[in-house]
Design a protein around this ligand. Structure first.
Ligand code: DAH
Length: 338
């Protein structure tokens, strides 16, 4: 009898119960009316008087153990059903608001991506510059108005240390370090001493492009910019080049794209002209090449520069440049899907 009780005891201790079906099986086998433990009580009648007390105690202990096991397992199975155990309990109970890239960063990436498919690599230069890289090395005459305190933020006068007014300065840095072929774009932040309004800001971003090699022609410039315009504004976009002037290019041009809002028919965004001005460009002036020790007899090149804020405003019809700098979530989150 004692042997039987001990065997049942270790069986109950060792059994593992993982499902409600297994738990039911356990109950039937040990705890039901016709179960093993009740059967022991039936056999109890045959136990001798001296052993009764001890054996009775053993059977009661066994029954207690089986019952305890049953209730503990039942509770834990019920708990597991109530809460999905595959749930991640380290997760925050607050909904998480993820940020998104700033529209200016998105446009910069998009432009970089388009030009890198055409073989342009990316380089950057310093925001604090000297006169040579921003003006003199780019063929600006001494008396040019851009050199005026009214247009440029100076940090120091003679020697002139200033905040770059355009990313064309990185052209000069690239040309003094590398010989052609050069095919690069230079994104970055620029600074101008201008009153802040809906249309202009004293801090904004530009992307400059430079391509110098043997036999680079104006046709290459036009085709490169046409591909860019179609990729950025859509395949139906056409371009128009108007003669212009920049000290560092000859000839120089300004490029317009057909208005993506009205498709060139004329609307209030393009002021009924059908076109929007997006960038300045031209063939690099031989003086600029020579100033950086590039042989202008052997090499020619083109350059272009565009404002990132401006083309973002045109693409998404943003009416005020100041939105880009205010970090108002209501403005920024409209760009989170891009
Ligand atoms: N640097 C000019 C600006 O800030 C833009 C520009 C025009 C860049 C013509 C060029 C260019 O490379 O060829 O307005």
């Amino acid at each position: 009898m004692k042997d039987k009780i001990n065997k049942l005891l270790s069986a109950i201790q060792e059994i593992s119960i993982n499902t409600t079906a297994e738990l039911d099986e356990f109950r039937l086998k040990y705890l039901s009316k016709k179960g093993e433990i009740n059967n022991l009580f039936n056999d109890f009648r045959n136990v001798s008087a001296e052993e009764r007390k001890e054996v009775g105690q053993l059977i009661n202990n066994l029954k207690q153990l089986a019952q305890d096991k049953f209730t503990t397992v039942k509770e834990s199975l019920l708990y597991a059903q109530a809460v999905d155990v595959t749930e991640d309990y380290t997760k925050s109970s607050e909904p998480l608001n993820t940020g998104s890239r700033h529209p200016i960063s998105q446009t910069r990436r998009e432009i970089v991506e388009i030009f890198s498919r055409m073989g342009f690599t990316v380089a950057e230069g310093p925001e604090i510059e000297d006169d040579w890289h921003v003006f003199s090395g780019l063929n600006f005459p001494e008396e040019h108005p851009a050199r005026d305190m009214q247009d440029t933020f100076f940090i120091n006068k003679s020697p002139d240390i200033l905040l770059r007014t355009h990313t064309s300065s990185v052209q000069v840095r690239t040309m003094e370090k590398n010989q052609p072929p050069i095919r690069q774009i230079f994104p970055g932040r620029v600074f101008r001493n201008e009153a802040i309004s809906a249309r202009s800001h004293c801090i904004f971003h530009q992307i400059e492009g430079l391509y110098i090699d043997k036999d680079v022609s104006f046709a290459d410039l036009k085709q490169t910019l046409l591909i860019f315009a179609k990729e950025f504004f859509g395949p139906d976009t056409s371009i128009r080049l108007r003669p212009s002037f920049f000290p560092f290019t000859e000839p120089s041009a300004e490029m317009d794209v057909s208005c993506s809002i009205c498709g060139g028919k004329g609307c209030n965004v393009c002021k009924y002209t059908g076109f929007l001005e997006i960038l300045g460009c031209g063939m690099v002036d031989p003086n600029v090449l020579e100033a950086s020790n590039i042989d202008s007899k052997q090499y020619t090149g083109f350059a272009f520069g565009m404002g990132i804020e401006r083309i973002t405003m045109l693409k998404y019809q943003i009416k005020d440049i100041r939105y880009f700098f205010e970090n108002d979530i209501r403005f920024l989150k409209q760009f989170s899907k891009f």
